[in-house]
Design a protein around this ligand. Structure first.
Ligand code: IMP
Length: 201
């Protein structure tokens, strides 16, 4: 079993990763288990750069293979924002007490008056895996959708209640339904294939 650290402190994401790598000869360990004190600043300007920063820092600290996902929501009517700043969106307005809920409200407010056809958006996920001997794997997945007019659903995490594909928000889908179409699902399936190839070498 190859031990790989999943570079996320987000329990929702960790669950998704576990589901998506099930059946491979890897043991997924969480960041919280191996180096909870390590902080990595996401200073990159692309999802790929931020994923690499996190994976490389954990690999260097632990000597174990590590993979990270950097993801975010790009909203066309907001010129692609929040993009790589999705996790910190609206900090200047909402302050330190910002929550997913207040960030979603801010997005809905900024889109007030924007009709459905101009509310297009996509979730993007970049995954980077770094191995101690220096090899790297990088994959990307995108999911096209739109920002709804209200928050709906209780599943998932983050911005799921306002991101719609078809008639339903991500938060109205089961984990399996979301995985089948989500940005992270797509990136992880590509990653899974590349990792399976790597494990055979
Ligand atoms: P990261 O953890 O630095 O990648 O930040 C990602 C940001 O995008 C966080 O605010 C997440 O809540 C949000 N995000 C990423 N993927 C999803 C998703 O699948 N659903 C809802 N929000 C997401």
């Amino acid at each position: 079993m190859l031990k790989i650290v999943a570079a996320t402190k987000n329990k929702g994401k960790l669950e998704e990763f576990r589901r998506l790598l099930e059946g491979l000869a890897v043991e997924l360990i969480s960041w919280a288990e191996v180096c909870p004190e390590l902080e990595v600043e996401e200073t990159g300007t692309t999802f790929e750069q931020n994923a690499l920063l996190k994976a490389a820092a954990i690999c260097e600290r632990t000597g174990l293979a590590a993979f990270a996902d950097d993801s975010g929501l790009c909203i066309d009517a907001l010129n692609g924002e929040p993009g790589v700043y999705t996790a910190r969106y609206g900090a200047e307005l909402l302050g330190a007490g910002a929550t997913d809920d207040s960030r979603m409200d801010l997005v809905l407010k900024r889109l007030e008056g924007v009709p459905k056809e101009r509310r297009t958006a996509r979730f993007v996920s970049a995954i980077c895996c770094v191995f101690p001997e220096g090899k790297r794997l990088t994959c990307r997945g995108e999911c096209e959708g739109y920002i709804g007019f209200s928050k709906e659903g209780t599943e998932g995490f983050g911005y799921d209640p306002i991101f719609y594909v078809g008639e339903r928000s991500f938060a109205q889908m089961s984990g399996g339904e979301k995985d089948a179409i989500s940005h992270r699902g797509k990136a992880m399936r590509r990653f899974r294939e590349e990792l399976a190839g790597f494990l055979k070498q």
